[in-house]
Write a protein that binds this ligand. Structure first.
Ligand code: ATP
Ligand code: LTN
Length: 333
């Protein structure tokens, strides 16, 4: 047991990870290992709320694990695992669904978005998804949950569940807090900059993948939608395309919006697009090369997720046991 605070996060293997996933989530994870006790999952159980093709699904998961590592998340310093390998997630997920209200789930933006986009498969899992996500977080008594801005609502619901549950049974769960980056928290689609760049909703040319080639990246930025003015200025409401390019540039170079406005003053959008494209290419190049190398070593990846599941189970089972006891389940051992 260490006295470090705990971090937990996860990404759905619902498709290849995007630049948005990298800047909104992954980029921040690697830096936290020294200061925190970090658990990072591949949330396969969440991903089956949409239909997956089994062989493709397996490939996406291994590629995702390789990309976690190539983004700098060292498996020796972090616990990397696959959600379904730790059965406590399903077990606590059920319990917490009994402490989550129908009305609360109805208000979740992600549920509204996903159900309106996929009317023929609005399944119960998609609806109760936030209870499982709460279980993911609470099993590890996480202090912080690093995510993009779109997940804040789910973490707020998790906090409401904690208050409700602890109010009945005492101090069982720690109250987690979201950990949202200042820049890069919401990267938008390059073609429709009012929509989030999303891996399960790949638009033609609007969505960039971490594993895309430098040529594809440059091409996508050259085609990025801007506006009919010429001034590089941060204004999300009136200039969503340009503001998104500035967000991406800022996240890749650490330059402030003021510095970026000065850098491109009087230059028009062509220079902005080229420079952002080049900054993204250089940011992703080492990550892509390392991911492809790791992905070729299946035995290594298997070792990583097996060791991760073992370690995660130890922590998760402790919390689950405590919960079962509190609610009055009879222990089996
Ligand atoms: P899906 O399309 O399957 O819902 P997604 O691309 O939206 O997937 P998630 O798996 O839901 O990605 O998210 C993984 C993590 O990356 C979350 O922390 C999420 O907040 C963050 N994230 C995803 N897309 C973006 C984005 N466009 N900008 C910033 N952060 C993002
Ligand atoms: N709901 C998240 C993925 C997710 C998650 C988690 C994130 C599932 N469980 C636990 C943080 C902590 C999403 O759609 N991005």
């Amino acid at each position: 047991m260490t006295d470090k605070k705990t971090i937990l996060s996860g990404i759905q293997p619902s498709g290849a990870m995007t630049l948005g996933t990298y800047l909104g989530a992954l980029k921040n994870w690697a830096a936290l290992a020294n200061e925190f006790d970090c658990y990072y999952m591949i949330v396969d159980m969440h991903a089956i709320t949409a239909r997956q093709t089994p062989s493709e699904f397996r490939k996406i998961q291994l590629s995702q694990l390789a990309q976690y590592i190539s983004c700098g998340i060292d498996p020796e310093k972090n616990t990397l695992f696959i959600q379904s390998h730790v059965p406590a997630h399903a077990q606590l997920g059920w319990v917490l669904s009994c402490y989550t209200m129908f009305g609360e789930l109805m208000r979740m933006t992600q549920f509204k978005d996903k159900s309106s986009k996929n009317e023929e498969n609005i399944n119960a899992g998609l609806f109760t998804y936030p209870s499982l996500m709460a279980a993911d977080i609470l099993l590890y008594q996480a202090d912080y949950v690093p995510v993009g801005a779109d997940q804040k609502q789910h973490i707020e619901l998790t906090r409401d569940i904690v208050v409700r549950f602890n109010g009945i049974y005492g101090d069982v769960f720690k109250l987690p807090e979201p950990y949202i980056p200042k820049v890069g928290a919401r990267i938008m689609d390059l073609q429709t900059p009012t929509n989030k760049m999303s891996k399960s909703d790949i638009s033609d040319g609007g969505c960039l993948l971490i594993l895309d080639s430098p040529e594809d990246i440059m091409k996508a930025f050259k085609r990025a939608v801007t506006d009919s003015e010429t001034q590089v200025r941060y204004d999300v409401d009136n200039k969503p395309g340009v503001s998104n390019l500035m967000q991406i540039y800022s996240a890749c170079t650490n330059k402030s919006f003021g510095e970026i406005e000065t850098e491109f003053s009087g230059q028009g959008y062509g220079a902005l697009k080229t420079n952002v494209g080049e900054a993204v290419v250089e940011t992703l190049r080492p990550i892509r090369e390392e991911a492809l190398r790791i992905l070729a070593d299946k035995a290594y990846l298997e070792g990583v997720y097996k060791k991760g599941a073992e370690k995660a189970s130890q922590t998760a089972n402790k919390t689950l046991k405590k919960v079962h006891k509190k609610i009055g389940f009879i222990p089996s051992d």
